[in-house]
Design a protein around this ligand. Structure first.
Ligand code: GLU
Length: 588
C-alpha cells in the first residue's frame, strides 16, 4: 500500500512530486510528505491527512531533486510525526511496505545513541542508513537493506548527493524517463510525465540524478534493465465527465468486456492452455476481496466446463492452509494490481508444490506476471477508485473465455452482446438512486440470490459496505430462514437478485418471507414477469435488460456497483477513497 515518488530533473521537484502523489493517492491517503534537496540541504514538509494538505508548503521546498510519499499506515497512527519522509542525519526516506524486524533494529540502534521520534517501522531505515553511511549512498542502501526483513520499496535522499536512491523487495517500484527522471510505486504516477518506464527487479538499487538513472543489483554490480514505451495508460488520467473515478470506472465496464475479449484472442497458445485445463486434476483459485468474489463466479464457470474439481480460496487463508495441489493441478491467482501480497504468496506456495500458475490480472508488468506460467490479461485500464468495479467485470469476462476455449467465438459474441446491456445500465441511474436512498435509510442491507446471483450478492454487499459504510451482508436466499431472518424488520433492506429463470420461483419465496416480516425489499431482476409481479408490492424494483442466467452477472453487478456508488454519495462519503482502505494491498 502507499505510494512513493521520486524526481530528479531541471524543474522544481516539489510541484513534480505533488502531482505524482495526487495520482498515487488512491494507494493510501492518511498522510503525505515530500523532501527535496538543494545544495546540500534537505527540506521536508509532511502532514497527516490528504496530499492537498501539502500545497501551502510546496514553495518552501526548493531544489530539483526530491522524494514523496502518500501513506496507508501499518505501524503508528496517521499523524504529522508518523508521516513520511523520515529523517536521520543526512538522510530522508520514504517507505512502502513493512519492516518486520524493526523493533529489534530500533533497540540495537537506540543502544548506540539513535533517538526515534515516530511510532513507525519505517523510521528505522533512516537510522540504519545514517549508521552505515561512509560517503557512498548506494553502499549505505545496500548495507541497510541487508539488515531488513519484510517488504519494502524505498526512496532515499542524501544531503551529500544531487539525486536519490531507490530500491525494492516485494513492493513495487518503477523508474521513468522523460523530461527528467522519475521513480514511483506504479506506472500511473508517471503518466503524462515520462515517455518510458522500467520495472525494478527485487534487490535492484537505482541511483537517479538529473542526468540519468544507473541501476545496480544487490551487490552493486551494474545491471541493464529494459525500458518500455509508456503509452495507453495516459488516457486514463482524470475523472472525465464524472464527479468521481468510481462512476467513471463503472461506465467503463462495457469497454472492459470488449477490450478483454479482444486481447484474449491474441493470447499465444490457447490450445495448450485448453489442454492444460482439461488434463488438470484440480483447479484452485486464490484471491482477496473483490478478486476472491470473482473467483467464486469462476468456480461456477470453470466447474461447468472442465471435469476436475474447481475451488476458490481466500488468499490470506490459503497461505497458511494451502489447498492441496499436484503437478497436474492449475492454480489461478486473481489480482487487479498483481501485487496483492497475500495472493502472491498463496500463488507461490501452489507453484512450489508443482501447480501450473495462471495469473488473471489488470497490470501487465506486475509481480504476479513474473512468477506466472501464463498471464491472462484483464483489460480494464487504470483503476483508480479504491473499490474495484471494472476490474471485477473484466475478471468475469476472462473466466467466461477460459470456460469456453472449445467454442470461444460463440462466447465472445455473447459477451459483446451483454456489453451493450451493461452500457445501458451504467449510463442510466434513476433506479440506482431509488435503491441507494433505501440503503442509506436502512440499519442494514442484505443482498440475496440463488445460483449465479449469490456471487453477485456477495460482491454487491462488499461494494456497498466499502464505499458507504452501511452494514451489509450477501448470501444465498435459501439461507435466510436459517438465521438471518431474525434480523429482518422494517428498518432492514433486502436487495433480492432474481436473474435465473430456473430458480426464480424459489427466490420469490424469500421475498414473501421478508415482506411477511415487514422487511423492506428491492428487487433487481432480468425477468420481466418477476418485475411485474412485485412492482408496487415491494419498496423498489429494477428491471435490467434481458440476458441468459450465465451472463446476467455482468448486468446485475453493474447495477449493484451503481447502487453502492449512489449510496456513498448520498451518505456524504468519498466513494473513491473509503476510510481505512487503499488500493493495491501489498502488505499482509
Ligand atoms: N509501514 C509504513 C508505515 O506504517 C509504511 C506503510 C505504507 O506502505 O504506507 O508508515
Amino acid at each position: 500500500m502507499c505510494g512513493i515518488v521520486g524526481y530528479a530533473g531541471r524543474e522544481r521537484a516539489a510541484e513534480e512530486l505533488f502531482e505524482g502523489l495526487k495520482k498515487l493517492e488512491y494507494r493510501g491517503y492518511d498522510s503525505a510528505g515530500i523532501s527535496t534537496c538543494d545544495r546540500g540541504e534537505i527540506f521536508t514538509a509532511k502532514r497527516g491527512g490528504r496530499v492537498e494538505e501539502l500545497l501551502p508548503y510546496l514553495k518552501a521546498l526548493s531544489g530539483t531533486v526530491g522524494i514523496g510519499h502518500t501513506r496507508w499506515a501499518t505501524h503508528g497512527e496517521a499523524n504529522d510525526v508518523n508521516a513520511h519522509p523520515h529523517a536521520c542525519g543526512k538522510f530522508s526516506v520514504v517507505h512502502n511496505g513493512i519492516i518486520e524486524n524493526y523493533a529489534e533494529l530500533r533497540a540495537e540502534l537506540a543502544a548506540s545513541g539513535h533517538q526515534f521520534i515516530s511510532q513507525t517501522d519505517s523510521e528505522v531505515v533512516a537510522h540504519l542508513l545514517d549508521f552505515y553511511y561512509d560517503g557512498d549512498l548506494a553502499d549505505a542502501v545496500r548495507l541497510a537493506c541487508a539488515r531488513l526483513k519484510g517488504c519494502w520499496a524505498l526512496a532515499v535522499l542524501c544531503a551529500d548527493f544531487d539525486g536519490f536512491a531507490v530500491t525494492r523487495r516485494s513492493s513495487s517500484a518503477i523508474l521513468g524517463e522523460g523530461d527528467g527522471y522519475f521513480a514511483a510505486s506504479d506506472i500511473y504516477a508517471l503518466c503524462g510525465r515520462a515517455h518510458s518506464y522500467c520495472v525494478m527487479e527485487d534487490g535492484d538499487i537505482a541511483i537517479v540524478t538529473p542526468r540519468g538513472i544507473t541501476i545496480y543489483d544487490c551487490n552493486l554490480i551494474p545491471v541493464k534493465r529494459a525500458f518500455e514505451q509508456l503509452n495507453e495508460e495516459g488516457e486514463e488520467v482524470g475523472t472525465g465527465d464524472c464527479p468521481h473515478y468510481m462512476l467513471k470506472e463503472i461506465r467503463q465496464n462495457a469497454r472492459t468486456i470488449r477490450a478483454t475479449c479482444n486481447k484474449f484472442s491474441y493470447i499465444p497458445n490457447l490450445p495448450a492452455l485448453k489442454k492444460r485445463l482439461e488434463d488438470s486434476d484440480k483447479i484452485v483459485l486464490v484471491g482477496c476481496g473483490t478478486a476472491y468474489n470473482a473467483a467464486l463466479a469462476a468456480v461456477r464457470l470453470l466447474g461447468g466446463a472442465y471435469d476436475c474439481p474447481v475451488s476458490a480460496h481466500i488468499a490470506s487463508e490459503a497461505r497458511y492452509d494451502p489447498p492441496r495441489v499436484t503437478e497436474k493441478s492449475v492454480c489461478i491467482a486473481v489480482s487487479q494490481s498483481g501485487e496483492t501480497a497475500d495472493t502472491l504468496r498463496a500463488a507461490e506456495i501452489a507453484r512450489e508444490a508443482g501447480a501450473y500458475l495462471i495469473a488473471v490480472t489488470n497490470v501487465g508488468y506486475s509481480a504476479i506476471t513474473r512468477i506466472a506460467d501464463k498471464v491472462l490479461p484483464v483489460c480494464a485500464g487504470a483503476e483508480v477508485c479504491v473499490a474495484a468495479t471494472k476490474s471485477y467485470i473484466g475478471q468475469l469476462a476472462c473466466f467466461h473465455l477460459m470456460a469456453s476455449l472449445n467454442n470461444i467465438g460463440v462466447r465472445m459474441s455473447e459477451l459483446l452482446k451483454v456489453a451493450g446491456g451493461v452500457e445501458d445500465i451504467a449510463s442510466g441511474g434513476a433506479y440506482a438512486r431509488v435503491i441507494a436512498k433505501l440503503c442509506v435509510q436502512s440499519r442494514a442491507v442484505f443482498f440475496l440470490g440463488r445460483g449465479v446471483d449469490v456471487d453477485v450478492a456477495v460482491e454487491g454487499s462488499l461494494k456497498l459496505k466499502e464505499v458507504s459504510y452501511i452494514f451489509s451482508d450477501g448470501y444465498p436466499a435459501g439461507e435466510l430462514k436459517h438465521g438471518t431472518l431474525a434480523l429482518v424488520d422494517e428498518t432492514v433492506l433486502s436487495v433480492v437478485l432474481i436473474c435465473d429463470e430456473a430458480l426464480a420461483e424459489k427466490s420469490k419465496n424469500a421475498v414473501e418471507q421478508i415482506l411477511s416480516r415487514r422487511g423492506k425489499v428491492a428487487i433487481v431482476t432480468t425477468l420481466p414477469h418477476v418485475y411485474e409481479e412485485f412492482k408496487g408490492r415491494v419498496n423498489a424494483s429494477w428491471l435490467l435488460p434481458p440476458a441468459p442466467a450465465h451472463l446476467s452477472h455482468f448486468l446485475s453487478s453493474t447495477a449493484l456497483q451503481l447502487i453502492a456508488y449512489r449510496a456513498a454519495v448520498l451518505a456524504g462519503r468519498d466513494p473513491d477513497k473509503p476510510r481505512n482502505l487503499a488500493k493495491s494491498v501489498t502488505v499482509e
